[in-house]
Design a protein around this ligand. Structure first.
Ligand code: SF4
Ligand code: SF4
Length: 207
């Protein structure tokens, strides 16, 4: 005698569910005994990863900067579609700065709260010195910690802000001094050229 349709559907569903559980548990048990086959990695399991280097080379993680190569050209800042890079500095030396390649920096920050990890800042860098690294943990109890100081690899702090304010005052002074020095040098060069020309003209008139 055939079972009523509703009852046979019910029994079939129980059978399907039991089968799904057995298949699912089979996968779980397989990975329990062969952890090297695991593809999905538990968040934060860096030290328990099945292989030493499990994050792909092209992973777009948290940025880092090779400060000594940076020329403070602002190209990365301008390329960022969400304006999350900020930098300050000068080509003139001032105290308390971080030194790049011919530049002096008081600030180079990246707001990871806004970043969309698009890599558009890294691609046009003429010195290839800003990179997206392997680090992925941006979780924090405070949004303020999401602003990374790329010059220290730490969150942008109150001390950093104070240091930047002092630096901006120094930059204003050294840049005015540098402008005046360059003007004096230009004038001295011009005067030397004119004196040389006068001497040459005098020599020609005398001969
Ligand atoms: S990855 Fe994209 S959004 Fe993030 S800082 Fe670079 S350009 Fe801006
Ligand atoms: S594009 Fe490169 S060199 Fe220019 S400011 Fe950015 S990191 Fe520095």
């Amino acid at each position: 005698m055939a079972l009523p349709t509703a009852l046979s559907d019910y029994v079939k569903k129980i059978g399907d569910s039991a089968k799904a559980i057995v298949v699912g548990m089979g996968v779980t048990w397989r990975y329990m005994v062969r952890p090297k086959e695991i593809i999905t990695i538990e968040y934060g399991s860096k030290n328990r990863a099945p292989t030493k280097r499990y994050i792909p080379d092209r992973h777009r993680g948290i940025h880092y900067l090779e400060t000594e190569k940076c020329i403070h050209c602002h190209i990365c800042e301008k390329a960022c579609p969400v304006d999350c890079i900020e930098m300050d500095g000068s080509r003139e030396a001032f105290e308390g700065s971080w030194q790049g390649d011919g530049t002096f920096m008081s600030r180079f920050t990246l707001d990871l709260n806004k970043c969309i990890f698009c890599n558009l800042c890294c691609e046009p860098c003429p010195k290839e010195c800003i990179h997206m690294g392997q680090e992925f943990d941006v979780a924090s109890y405070s949004r303020a910690n999401g602003v990374k100081n790329l010059l220290t690899d730490l969150p942008w702090s109150v001390d950093d802000r104070a240091r930047e304010s002092e630096a901006l005052e120094l930059i204003a002074v050294v840049e005015v001094e540098a402008k005046e020095r360059k003007k004096r040098e230009r004038e001295a060069k011009k005067a030397a050229k004119e004196a040389e020309k006068k001497d040459n003209d005098g020599d020609k008139a005398g001969s």
